[in-house]
Design a protein around this ligand. Structure first.
Ligand code: SAH
Length: 353
């Protein structure tokens, strides 16, 4: 079958097998990409209209016990100033965001042992009490099931944890030995079972990534059925072992976004900061490939440059307000309306084709 026929099959059946996925990722051309994007965009508009959900992200700590080879805040990077926000700072970011119309707050950080289960649950509870009409999303890495359950009970309803790669061997090329693909997948299954709206996802173009790996990622996500999917190009960071590796391709990123949208018409798929970093119009292209979420940064100005996961991250030199205004303008430029509201995952009733 041609790639166009495979994309049609995906629209029809919402799945492909490993060999078919591998073919698409290893042989796609510009026409295939454009076809996938057009179809994905059509599906997204059919499901959500020309609407974009905004989520405010608060990067509350860059202290991390992990040492992922790709990440700028890995523990062996001694070239950065470490910080953590206290609870009052975090609440102030949310207050700011609330004023701007945000009804979802995403708390993201390194795996910082200072934030024990009790502390983190306290913070979630306080945000939840002060903003009962808002969703609290967490992105704080791998924890045990009891900890996830406690966070859920405290009022968090969504959790972002990209699986990074579903292939154990590839995983071990991106992470030190003490981290495992198995544990990452266990976390995702726990989160789903507990009842979180759960986000999985990958970086595109990480070192050693092959089309076969992305094929496995698609199958992993097909089986997991995440409510949210985070996708962005890998971008090297100067103080990591991958400093000299090439960045991931925008086209392949857009292709993966489009195929995820086709596979999951209802999913919440952000057009990521990484995509906006590699190309000025990256986040607009993401929306045209089927994304329906953007996540402006609500972190205080003083800490933004310290949460550098990769070099050149956009938005680190502007205020929350300026960042929101710029993103809103970008979305309006392509005819999209920014929506205020929690924007929870909803499974559609009928078939959307
Ligand atoms: N500690 C949390 C949050 C990690 S940062 C966790 O483990 O989930 C969020 C995401 O940024 C990561 O999941 C990774 O996919 C992405 N990221 C990290 N380094 C990156 C880089 N160099 N280029 C692009 N994306 C990167």
């Amino acid at each position: 079958m041609t790639n166009i026929q495979l994309i049609d099959k995906l629209i029809e059946k919402r799945e492909l097998d490993e060999a078919e996925w591998t073919q698409v990722f290893s042989t796609y051309d510009q026409a295939d990409l454009e076809y996938a994007m057009r179809e994905a965009h059509r599906i997204a508009i059919g499901r959500f209209g020309k609407k974009i959900y905004f989520r405010g992200i608060v990067e509350f700590t860059n202290i991390c016990r992990n040492d992922c080879y790709y990440c700028g805040i890995r523990c062996s990077n001694h070239n950065i100033q470490r910080y953590r926000l206290d609870e009052e700072d975090i609440l102030n970011c949310c207050r700011d965001g609330y004023e701007h119309g945000f009804r979802t707050f995403v708390l993201q950080g390194g795996e910082d042992p200072y934030f024990t289960k009790e502390k983190m649950c306290g913070i979630v509870r306080d945000i939840h009490d002060e903003f009962p009409d808002c969703a609290v999303t967490l992105s704080i890495g791998e924890l045990d099931r009891d900890y996830y359950q406690a966070l859920y009970d405290a009022g968090a309803s969504r959790y972002l944890l990209r699986h990074e790669t579903a292939d154990p061997e590839h995983y071990s090329m991106l992470h030190p030995q003490k981290m495992s693909c198995e544990n990452r997948k266990r976390c995702l299954r726990d989160l789903k079972e507990i009842g979180f709206q759960t986000g999985a996802g990958i970086m595109i173009g990480t070192p050693h990534q092959k089309p076969e790996h992305i094929a496995k990622d698609m199958i992993f996500m097909h089986d997991l059925r995440p409510e949210m999917i985070g996708l962005g190009p890998f971008i090297p960071h100067k103080d990591t072992p991958f400093r000299d590796e090439p960045r991931g391709s925008v086209d392949t990123t857009l292709l993966v976004i489009a195929l995820c949208r086709i596979m999951f018409p209802d999913a919440l798929i952000p057009s990521t900061t990484a995509l906006g970093t590699v190309e000025a119009e990256g986040r607009q292209k993401g929306v045209l490939a089927g994304c329906n979420v953007v996540m402006p940064n609500l972190s205080p100005m003083e800490v933004r440059k310290k949460y550098m996961l990769y070099d050149g991250k956009v938005g680190t030199d502007m205020s929350a307000e300026a960042g929101i205004t710029a993103l809103r303008a970008q979305m309006e430029e392509i005819g999209y309306e920014v929506v205020v509201g929690r924007g929870d995952f909803k499974a559609s009733e009928g078939e959307i084709k």
